[in-house]
Design a protein around this ligand. Structure first.
Ligand code: ADP
Ligand code: MG
Length: 443
C-alpha cells in the first residue's frame, strides 16, 4: 500500500489543517453521547477526532497514526458508541485490544465517561487477576469489551468470551502490542472474529510489522496521520549531562524546584524503581513506584493514588510510558535513558497532556552515547542541553548528528526507519552496565 498510502496520508494531512474543528455537534452523534462529551469537558474535537469520527460512524476502516496524547481514545470510542446506539440487538459488538492493563483500564474509564448517559456496558479483561469477576461481568453481555490479548485469548478458548457478533475491532497502540510480543495472540484473536467487520488500527509509529498488519486487516481505510511522532509542542524537553553517581542529587534539586508539582521518573529496571522509590520516600517525598513485578491490585492502587494526587512522584519502568494519561504531571524525568529512541517520545509524552505545559529532562551519562546519537538521528535535530550549576558532565559529548533539511525543533520523516523493534530485556545500543544497575533490563 506504500505509494497510495503515502499520497492519501498527504491528502488527509492537508485536509486536516484546512478544516477548523468547530465542536462536536456537527457529527450527528446521538444526543446522549453528546451529553457525555459535554460532561467530559471536551469543547471541540481534536484533529484526529475530526478526521476519524465521520468515517468510523459510517462503518469504514480507520488507520490512525498519531503520537500519544492526541485524543485517540475518543476518536474511536465516539463513533463506535454511536453505532451501538442504533443497533437493535444487544451483545458484544465492539472489541478493543490494548497492550497493558493500565491502558485497558484507562480506555474503559474514558468510554464509560463518554457513555454515561447511555445504557452501554463496558467490561475490561486482562491477566494477573482472577478470571471469575471478569467472567461474571461478561455474562451480562456488555456491548464493549476492552482487553489485553493474552486474557482475551484465554477467555475465548474457555468459551467465556463470545466474539461471533463483533462488528468493530479496535487495535490500540499497535506498535506497543508488537513490541511486547503480543502479535501471535492478536492474530489468533483475529481468526476468531467474523470476517465482515470494521477495523480501526491506531499506532504511534509504523514499523514494518504494523504496516503488514494494516495491509492484512484494513480495507480501504480512512488514513489519518498527525504530522510525526514529535513530542507535543507543550513539552519543553532537554538533556542534562551528568556522571551516574550524581543522578540522585540532581534529581532532588529538580524536585525541589518551585515549578515541580507532580513528576514521573523513569528508570531502567524494576530494581532501580524499587531503590529510587525507597530513597525518595526516606528523604520525605510523597512517592510511589510502579513496575511489572507488583501485583495487579497494587499497580491499580498506585495509579489511582497518583491520579488523585495522593503522591506527587511516580517512579516507573516503561510499563507506564505509553498512553497513560494523568493530568497535571508537570515533569517527566528520565533518570535513565529509555531503551529505544521511540520510547523517548512516549515517555516524555506523559507530561504536556491536554494542552498543559510540561517539562521533560533526561539524565545522560557517558554510557549513553549510542542512545543519544540514535535518538537525535531519529528526530532529526539536536535536543537542547541544560546545564545545572554544580553538576558538570564528566565526559566529552559525541559528535552531534548532522541533520540535513529538517528545521530545528522539528522531527523528520518516517519513524519506522529506525529499525526493527527489539525484544524485551535487550538493548539495541550496546550499553555497558552503569555503576548503578545491571545490564539486564526488565520492564
Ligand atoms: P491518546 O490515546 O492519543 O494518547 P487520549 O485518548 O488518552 O490520547 O487523550 C489524552 C487526553 O486528552 C485525555 O485526558 C482525554 O480525556 C483528553 N481529550 C481527548 N479529546 C479531547 C477533547 N476533544 N477536548 C479535550 N480533551 C480531550
Ligand atoms: Mg491511547
Amino acid at each position: 500500500m506504500s505509494c497510495s498510502l503515502a499520497a492519501e496520508i498527504k491528502q488527509n494531512m492537508s485536509k486536516a489543517s484546512a478544516k477548523a474543528p468547530t465542536g462536536f455537534d456537527r457529527f450527528g452523534l446521538d444526543e446522549s453521547i453528546v451529553r457525555g462529551i459535554r460532561a467530559a469537558g471536551f469543547k471541540k474535537p481534536r484533529s484526529i477526532q475530526s478526521e476519524t469520527i465521520p468515517a468510523g460512524r459510517e462503518g469504514r476502516d480507520v488507520l490512525g497514526l498519531a503520537q500519544t496524547g492526541t485524543g485517540k481514545t475518543a476518536a474511536f470510542a465516539l463513533p463506535l458508541l454511536d453505532r451501538i446506539m442504533y443497533k437493535h440487538r444487544r451483545g458484544t459488538s465492539v472489541l478493543v485490544l490494548a497492550p497493558t492493563r493500565e491502558l485497558a483500564n484507562q480506555i474503559t474509564e474514558e468510554i464509560r465517561q463518554l457513555a454515561r448517559y447511555t445504557q452501554i456496558k463496558v467490561v475490561t479483561v486482562f491477566g494477573g487477576v482472577p478470571m471469575k469477576r471478569q467472567i461474571d461481568q461478561l455474562r451480562r453481555r456488555p456491548e464493549i469489551v476492552v482487553g489485553c490479548p493474552g486474557r482475551v485469548l484465554d477467555l475465548l478458548q474457555q468459551g467465556r468470551l463470545h466474539l461471533a457478533h463483533i462488528e468493530s475491532l479496535v487495535i490500540d497502540e499497535a506498535d506497543h502490542l508488537f513490541d511486547m510480543g503480543f502479535m501471535p495472540d492478536v492474530r489468533q484473536i483475529l481468526d476468531a472474529l467474523p470476517r465482515k467487520r470494521q477495523n480501526l488500527l491506531f499506532s504511534a509509529t509504523m514499523p514494518d510489522e504494523i504496516r503488514k498488519l494494516a495491509d492484512d486487516l484494513l480495507h480501504d481505510p480512512q488514513v489519518v496521520e498527525l504530522s510525526t511522532s514529535a513530542p507535543v509542542s507543550t513539552i519543553d524537553h532537554a538533556l542534562i549531562m551528568i556522571p551516574e553517581g550524581c543522578k540522585r542529587d540532581l534529581l532532588e534539586q529538580l524536585l525541589a524546584g518551585d515549578d515541580c508539582r507532580s513528576a514521573i521518573i523513569f528508570t531502567r529496571t524494576k530494581n532501580r524503581v524499587r531503590r529510587l522509590t525507597e530513597y525518595l520516600g526516606k528523604s520525605g517525598h510523597r512517592v510511589a513506584g510502579i513496575q511489572g513485578n507488583l501485583s495487579q491490585a497494587r499497580r491499580d492502587q498506585v495509579m489511582r493514588g497518583f491520579r488523585k494526587h495522593k503522591f506527587d512522584i511516580l517512579v516507573a519502568t516503561d510499563i507506564v510510558a505509553r498512553g497513560i494519561d494523568v493530568s497535571g504531571v508537570s515533569h517527566v524525568i528520565n533518570f535513565d535513558v529509555p531503551n529505544t529512541p521511540e520510547a523517548y517520545t512516549h515517555r516524555i509524552g506523559r507530561t504536556g497532556r491536554a494542552e498543559l505545559e510540561g517539562i521533560a529532562y533526561t539524565f545522560v551519562t557517558r554510557f549513553d552515547h549510542g542512545w543519544l546519537r540514535a535518538t537525535e538521528r531519529m528526530i532529526g535535530f539536536k535536543i537542547s542541553r541544560k546545564k545545572v550549576d554544580g553538576f558538570e558532565p564528566d565526559f566529552n559529548e559525541p559528535r552531534p548528528y548532522q541533520h540535513g533539511g529538517a528545521p530545528r525543533g522539528q522531527w523528520r520523516g518516517n519513524r519506522s526507519r529506525s529499525g526493527p523493534a527489539e525484544g524485551k530485556g535487550q538493548s539495541r545500543w550496546g550499553r555497558p552496565p552503569g555503576p548503578g544497575g545491571s545490564r539486564r533490563r526488565t520492564r
